[in-house]
Design a protein around this ligand. Sequence first.
Ligand code: A3D
Length: 320
Amino acid sequence: MARPKIALIGAGQIGGTLAHLAAIKELGDVILFDISEGIPQGKALDLAESGPAEGFDAVMKGTNDYADIAGADVCIVTAGVPRKPGMSRDDLLGINLKVMKSVGEGIAAHAPNAFVICITNPLDAMVWALREFSGLPHNMVCGMAGVLDSARFRHFLSVEFNVSMRDVTAFVLGGHGDTMVPLTRYSTVGGIPLPDLVDMGWTTQDKLDAIVQRTRDGGAEIVGLLKTGSAFYAPATSAIEMAEAFLKDQKRLLPCAAHVEGSYGLNGFYVGVPTIIGAGGVERVVEIKMDKSEQAMFDKSVDAVKGLVEACKGIDSSLS
Ligand code: A3D
Protein backbone atom coordinates (compact mmCIF):
# COMPACT_ATOMS: atom_id res chain seq x y z
CA MET A 1 0.00 0.00 0.00
CA ALA A 2 1.31 3.44 -0.88
CA ARG A 3 2.35 5.63 2.03
CA PRO A 4 -0.08 8.42 2.95
CA LYS A 5 0.93 11.88 1.68
CA ILE A 6 1.23 14.73 4.14
CA ALA A 7 1.47 18.26 2.76
CA LEU A 8 2.82 20.95 5.07
CA ILE A 9 1.86 24.39 3.81
CA GLY A 10 4.43 26.67 5.43
CA ALA A 11 7.94 25.39 6.07
CA GLY A 12 8.89 27.69 8.93
CA GLN A 13 9.44 26.79 12.58
CA ILE A 14 6.29 24.72 12.99
CA GLY A 15 6.38 23.34 9.42
CA GLY A 16 9.91 21.99 9.85
CA THR A 17 9.06 20.44 13.22
CA LEU A 18 5.92 18.85 11.74
CA ALA A 19 8.01 17.31 8.98
CA HIS A 20 10.49 15.93 11.50
CA LEU A 21 7.75 14.41 13.66
CA ALA A 22 5.87 12.96 10.66
CA ALA A 23 9.10 11.30 9.51
CA ILE A 24 10.07 9.90 12.91
CA LYS A 25 6.55 8.56 13.45
CA GLU A 26 6.51 7.18 9.89
CA LEU A 27 3.13 8.76 9.17
CA GLY A 28 3.79 9.07 5.44
CA ASP A 29 5.63 10.92 2.69
CA VAL A 30 6.06 14.63 3.40
CA ILE A 31 5.79 17.58 1.04
CA LEU A 32 7.03 20.86 2.51
CA PHE A 33 5.56 23.82 0.62
CA ASP A 34 6.54 27.46 1.15
CA ILE A 35 6.68 30.64 -0.93
CA SER A 36 10.20 31.20 0.31
CA GLU A 37 12.61 29.64 -2.21
CA GLY A 38 15.21 27.23 -0.84
CA ILE A 39 13.80 26.92 2.70
CA PRO A 40 11.44 23.99 2.04
CA GLN A 41 14.00 22.31 -0.22
CA GLY A 42 16.79 22.76 2.32
CA LYS A 43 14.74 21.52 5.26
CA ALA A 44 13.45 18.53 3.28
CA LEU A 45 16.96 17.51 2.24
CA ASP A 46 18.31 17.94 5.77
CA LEU A 47 15.46 15.81 7.14
CA ALA A 48 15.88 13.14 4.44
CA GLU A 49 19.52 12.87 5.46
CA SER A 50 18.39 12.00 9.01
CA GLY A 51 16.53 8.97 7.60
CA PRO A 52 19.40 6.47 7.70
CA ALA A 53 20.14 7.06 11.39
CA GLU A 54 16.48 7.45 12.33
CA GLY A 55 15.39 4.48 10.24
CA PHE A 56 12.61 5.93 8.09
CA ASP A 57 12.15 5.67 4.34
CA ALA A 58 9.50 8.34 3.83
CA VAL A 59 10.05 10.77 0.97
CA MET A 60 10.86 14.34 2.08
CA LYS A 61 10.33 16.88 -0.66
CA GLY A 62 10.51 20.67 -0.52
CA THR A 63 8.69 22.75 -3.11
CA ASN A 64 7.39 26.18 -4.14
CA ASP A 65 4.82 24.65 -6.50
CA TYR A 66 1.32 23.75 -5.31
CA ALA A 67 1.15 21.02 -7.98
CA ASP A 68 3.44 18.93 -5.72
CA ILE A 69 0.77 18.63 -3.01
CA ALA A 70 -1.51 16.81 -5.47
CA GLY A 71 -3.49 14.02 -3.85
CA ALA A 72 -2.35 14.83 -0.28
CA ASP A 73 -4.28 12.97 2.42
CA VAL A 74 -3.50 15.58 5.07
CA CYS A 75 -2.60 19.27 4.74
CA ILE A 76 -1.31 21.11 7.80
CA VAL A 77 -1.29 24.87 7.32
CA THR A 78 1.20 27.12 9.11
CA ALA A 79 1.74 29.59 6.29
CA GLY A 80 1.74 33.21 7.40
CA VAL A 81 3.47 35.23 10.07
CA PRO A 82 3.78 34.50 13.80
CA ARG A 83 3.58 37.19 16.47
CA LYS A 84 6.42 39.07 18.09
CA PRO A 85 6.55 40.34 21.70
CA GLY A 86 3.81 42.89 22.37
CA MET A 87 1.59 41.60 19.54
CA SER A 88 -1.68 39.79 20.08
CA ARG A 89 -2.74 36.95 17.78
CA ASP A 90 -5.43 39.26 16.42
CA ASP A 91 -2.78 41.72 15.13
CA LEU A 92 -1.92 39.07 12.50
CA LEU A 93 -5.42 39.05 10.99
CA GLY A 94 -4.98 41.25 7.91
CA ILE A 95 -1.74 39.74 6.65
CA ASN A 96 -2.61 36.10 7.39
CA LEU A 97 -6.07 36.44 5.82
CA LYS A 98 -4.41 37.11 2.44
CA VAL A 99 -2.21 34.06 2.99
CA MET A 100 -5.30 31.90 3.74
CA LYS A 101 -6.80 32.96 0.42
CA SER A 102 -3.85 31.67 -1.61
CA VAL A 103 -3.50 28.54 0.54
CA GLY A 104 -7.25 27.78 0.32
CA GLU A 105 -7.16 28.10 -3.46
CA GLY A 106 -4.03 25.93 -3.68
CA ILE A 107 -5.56 23.16 -1.59
CA ALA A 108 -8.88 23.31 -3.48
CA ALA A 109 -7.06 22.97 -6.80
CA HIS A 110 -4.62 20.20 -5.84
CA ALA A 111 -5.71 18.36 -2.69
CA PRO A 112 -9.50 18.72 -2.42
CA ASN A 113 -9.88 15.39 -0.58
CA ALA A 114 -7.39 16.18 2.18
CA PHE A 115 -8.06 16.51 5.88
CA VAL A 116 -6.92 20.08 6.55
CA ILE A 117 -5.58 21.23 9.91
CA CYS A 118 -5.02 24.98 10.22
CA ILE A 119 -2.54 26.36 12.75
CA THR A 120 -2.11 29.90 11.44
CA ASN A 121 -3.27 32.63 13.83
CA PRO A 122 -5.63 34.16 14.77
CA LEU A 123 -6.69 30.53 14.66
CA ASP A 124 -10.48 30.44 14.84
CA ALA A 125 -10.94 33.18 12.24
CA MET A 126 -8.23 31.81 9.96
CA VAL A 127 -9.66 28.28 9.93
CA TRP A 128 -13.07 29.72 9.10
CA ALA A 129 -11.59 31.80 6.26
CA LEU A 130 -9.50 28.89 4.98
CA ARG A 131 -12.65 26.74 4.77
CA GLU A 132 -14.48 29.51 2.94
CA PHE A 133 -11.63 30.06 0.45
CA SER A 134 -11.09 26.32 -0.15
CA GLY A 135 -14.74 25.29 -0.32
CA LEU A 136 -13.84 21.89 1.22
CA PRO A 137 -16.47 20.07 3.34
CA HIS A 138 -16.67 21.50 6.87
CA ASN A 139 -15.82 18.17 8.51
CA MET A 140 -12.53 18.05 6.59
CA VAL A 141 -11.27 21.45 7.76
CA CYS A 142 -10.43 22.15 11.39
CA GLY A 143 -8.02 24.13 13.52
CA MET A 144 -5.41 23.08 16.05
CA ALA A 145 -5.58 24.95 19.34
CA GLY A 146 -7.45 22.99 21.99
CA VAL A 147 -4.97 20.11 21.99
CA LEU A 148 -2.11 22.56 22.58
CA ASP A 149 -3.92 24.69 25.16
CA SER A 150 -4.98 21.51 27.00
CA ALA A 151 -1.42 20.17 26.85
CA ARG A 152 -0.12 23.38 28.41
CA PHE A 153 -2.76 23.12 31.15
CA ARG A 154 -1.86 19.43 31.70
CA HIS A 155 1.84 20.25 31.97
CA PHE A 156 1.31 23.02 34.54
CA LEU A 157 -1.04 20.78 36.55
CA SER A 158 1.38 17.85 36.55
CA VAL A 159 4.12 20.10 37.95
CA GLU A 160 1.77 21.47 40.63
CA PHE A 161 0.64 17.97 41.69
CA ASN A 162 3.97 16.22 41.07
CA VAL A 163 2.27 13.50 39.04
CA SER A 164 2.82 12.12 35.56
CA MET A 165 1.53 14.29 32.73
CA ARG A 166 0.03 11.12 31.27
CA ASP A 167 -2.43 10.90 34.16
CA VAL A 168 -3.61 14.50 33.83
CA THR A 169 -6.48 15.12 31.45
CA ALA A 170 -7.63 18.63 30.71
CA PHE A 171 -10.17 20.44 28.62
CA VAL A 172 -9.66 23.89 27.16
CA LEU A 173 -12.47 25.12 24.94
CA GLY A 174 -13.56 28.31 23.19
CA GLY A 175 -11.47 30.52 20.94
CA HIS A 176 -7.67 30.29 20.92
CA GLY A 177 -7.07 33.66 22.49
CA ASP A 178 -7.12 35.51 25.77
CA THR A 179 -10.73 34.40 26.27
CA MET A 180 -10.07 30.64 25.99
CA VAL A 181 -11.94 28.55 28.56
CA PRO A 182 -9.97 26.01 30.64
CA LEU A 183 -12.70 23.84 32.19
CA THR A 184 -11.54 22.73 35.63
CA ARG A 185 -14.61 20.53 36.25
CA TYR A 186 -13.75 18.42 33.22
CA SER A 187 -10.02 18.28 33.97
CA THR A 188 -8.78 15.43 36.13
CA VAL A 189 -5.87 13.53 37.60
CA GLY A 190 -6.62 9.87 36.96
CA GLY A 191 -10.32 10.70 36.79
CA ILE A 192 -10.44 12.89 39.94
CA PRO A 193 -11.78 16.32 38.90
CA LEU A 194 -9.72 19.40 39.83
CA PRO A 195 -12.34 20.88 42.21
CA ASP A 196 -12.20 17.60 44.20
CA LEU A 197 -8.41 17.83 44.32
CA VAL A 198 -8.77 21.32 45.82
CA ASP A 199 -11.11 19.83 48.47
CA MET A 200 -8.57 17.06 49.07
CA GLY A 201 -5.91 19.70 49.78
CA TRP A 202 -3.73 18.85 46.75
CA THR A 203 -3.75 22.53 45.81
CA THR A 204 -5.61 25.73 46.64
CA GLN A 205 -8.24 27.53 44.57
CA ASP A 206 -5.84 30.51 44.26
CA LYS A 207 -3.09 28.31 42.85
CA LEU A 208 -5.53 26.66 40.46
CA ASP A 209 -6.76 30.08 39.30
CA ALA A 210 -3.15 31.11 38.65
CA ILE A 211 -2.57 27.94 36.57
CA VAL A 212 -5.72 28.66 34.56
CA GLN A 213 -4.42 32.17 33.84
CA ARG A 214 -0.95 30.88 32.95
CA THR A 215 -2.61 28.50 30.48
CA ARG A 216 -4.48 31.41 28.88
CA ASP A 217 -1.18 33.31 28.63
CA GLY A 218 0.80 30.21 27.58
CA GLY A 219 1.51 31.39 24.05
CA ALA A 220 2.53 34.90 25.15
CA GLU A 221 4.87 33.47 27.82
CA ILE A 222 6.86 31.68 25.11
CA VAL A 223 6.77 34.65 22.70
CA GLY A 224 8.18 36.77 25.53
CA LEU A 225 11.04 34.33 26.07
CA LEU A 226 11.89 33.61 22.41
CA LYS A 227 11.45 37.25 21.29
CA THR A 228 11.84 36.29 17.60
CA GLY A 229 8.73 34.16 17.08
CA SER A 230 6.22 31.94 18.81
CA ALA A 231 6.05 28.38 20.15
CA PHE A 232 6.66 25.60 17.67
CA TYR A 233 7.52 22.26 19.31
CA ALA A 234 4.26 21.75 21.25
CA PRO A 235 2.07 23.24 18.47
CA ALA A 236 3.61 20.80 15.98
CA THR A 237 3.19 17.82 18.33
CA SER A 238 -0.45 18.75 18.89
CA ALA A 239 -1.23 18.95 15.17
CA ILE A 240 0.54 15.63 14.54
CA GLU A 241 -1.70 14.05 17.21
CA MET A 242 -4.72 15.24 15.21
CA ALA A 243 -3.26 14.11 11.85
CA GLU A 244 -2.48 10.68 13.30
CA ALA A 245 -6.05 10.38 14.63
CA PHE A 246 -7.30 10.93 11.08
CA LEU A 247 -4.76 8.75 9.26
CA LYS A 248 -5.20 5.81 11.66
CA ASP A 249 -8.96 6.28 12.15
CA GLN A 250 -8.36 6.44 15.90
CA LYS A 251 -11.69 8.14 16.79
CA ARG A 252 -9.79 10.28 19.33
CA LEU A 253 -11.74 12.72 21.48
CA LEU A 254 -9.73 15.90 20.96
CA PRO A 255 -10.66 19.54 21.45
CA CYS A 256 -10.21 21.40 18.18
CA ALA A 257 -11.57 24.41 16.33
CA ALA A 258 -14.44 22.74 14.48
CA HIS A 259 -17.45 23.84 12.52
CA VAL A 260 -20.33 23.86 14.99
CA GLU A 261 -23.79 23.57 13.49
CA GLY A 262 -26.69 23.30 15.88
CA SER A 263 -24.91 22.37 19.11
CA TYR A 264 -23.71 24.89 21.73
CA GLY A 265 -26.43 27.23 20.43
CA LEU A 266 -24.24 28.00 17.42
CA ASN A 267 -25.18 27.99 13.79
CA GLY A 268 -22.35 27.41 11.39
CA PHE A 269 -19.38 28.72 13.29
CA TYR A 270 -15.76 27.66 13.99
CA VAL A 271 -14.73 27.53 17.64
CA GLY A 272 -12.88 25.22 20.01
CA VAL A 273 -15.09 22.29 21.10
CA PRO A 274 -14.54 18.61 21.93
CA THR A 275 -14.63 16.52 18.76
CA ILE A 276 -14.13 12.96 17.58
CA ILE A 277 -11.44 12.76 14.90
CA GLY A 278 -11.22 9.67 12.72
CA ALA A 279 -11.06 8.68 9.06
CA GLY A 280 -14.10 10.89 8.38
CA GLY A 281 -12.24 13.98 9.60
CA VAL A 282 -14.15 15.73 12.36
CA GLU A 283 -16.75 13.00 12.71
CA ARG A 284 -18.65 14.43 15.65
CA VAL A 285 -18.89 17.53 17.80
CA VAL A 286 -19.36 16.50 21.43
CA GLU A 287 -21.69 18.82 23.32
CA ILE A 288 -20.86 18.92 27.03
CA LYS A 289 -22.97 20.52 29.73
CA MET A 290 -21.59 23.78 31.08
CA ASP A 291 -22.61 25.52 34.29
CA LYS A 292 -23.56 29.20 34.29
CA SER A 293 -20.09 30.62 34.75
CA GLU A 294 -18.51 28.22 32.21
CA GLN A 295 -21.24 29.11 29.69
CA ALA A 296 -20.64 32.83 30.30
CA MET A 297 -16.89 32.39 29.64
CA PHE A 298 -17.62 30.31 26.52
CA ASP A 299 -20.10 32.93 25.22
CA LYS A 300 -17.53 35.69 25.75
CA SER A 301 -14.96 33.67 23.84
CA VAL A 302 -17.43 33.01 21.00
CA ASP A 303 -18.17 36.75 20.82
CA ALA A 304 -14.46 37.50 20.47
CA VAL A 305 -14.19 35.01 17.57
CA LYS A 306 -17.35 36.46 15.96
CA GLY A 307 -15.70 39.89 16.03
CA LEU A 308 -12.65 38.51 14.18
CA VAL A 309 -14.79 36.77 11.56
CA GLU A 310 -16.65 40.06 10.96
CA ALA A 311 -13.28 41.81 10.60
CA CYS A 312 -12.29 39.23 7.95
CA LYS A 313 -15.50 39.97 6.05
CA GLY A 314 -14.67 43.68 6.23
CA ILE A 315 -11.22 43.09 4.72
CA ASP A 316 -12.21 40.61 1.95
CA SER A 317 -15.65 41.21 0.44
CA SER A 318 -15.72 37.71 -1.14
CA LEU A 319 -16.21 36.35 2.40
CA SER A 320 -19.44 38.26 3.10
P1 A3D B 1 7.28 30.94 10.68
O1 A3D B 1 8.47 30.22 11.21
O2 A3D B 1 7.42 32.39 10.36
O3 A3D B 1 6.77 30.14 9.40
C1 A3D B 1 5.76 30.61 8.58
C2 A3D B 1 6.13 30.24 7.15
O4 A3D B 1 5.04 30.61 6.30
C3 A3D B 1 7.37 30.98 6.63
O5 A3D B 1 8.35 30.02 6.22
C4 A3D B 1 6.84 31.79 5.45
O6 A3D B 1 7.75 31.88 4.36
C5 A3D B 1 5.61 30.98 5.06
N1 A3D B 1 4.64 31.73 4.27
C6 A3D B 1 4.29 33.04 4.35
N2 A3D B 1 3.36 33.32 3.43
C7 A3D B 1 3.10 32.17 2.77
C8 A3D B 1 2.22 31.82 1.71
N3 A3D B 1 1.42 32.73 1.14
N4 A3D B 1 2.22 30.55 1.27
C9 A3D B 1 3.04 29.62 1.82
N5 A3D B 1 3.90 29.89 2.83
C10 A3D B 1 3.92 31.16 3.29
O7 A3D B 1 6.04 30.80 11.70
P2 A3D B 1 5.70 29.57 12.67
O8 A3D B 1 5.88 28.31 11.93
O9 A3D B 1 6.36 29.77 13.97
O10 A3D B 1 4.14 29.87 12.92
C11 A3D B 1 3.22 29.73 11.86
C12 A3D B 1 1.84 30.22 12.26
O11 A3D B 1 1.33 29.41 13.33
C13 A3D B 1 1.78 31.66 12.78
O12 A3D B 1 0.63 32.32 12.26
C14 A3D B 1 1.64 31.48 14.29
O13 A3D B 1 1.01 32.59 14.90
C15 A3D B 1 0.79 30.25 14.35
N6 A3D B 1 0.80 29.54 15.62
C16 A3D B 1 -0.39 29.03 16.06
C17 A3D B 1 -0.46 28.33 17.23
C18 A3D B 1 -1.77 27.78 17.69
O14 A3D B 1 -1.83 27.18 18.74
C19 A3D B 1 -2.96 27.94 16.89
C20 A3D B 1 0.70 28.15 18.01
C21 A3D B 1 1.89 28.67 17.54
C22 A3D B 1 1.94 29.37 16.34
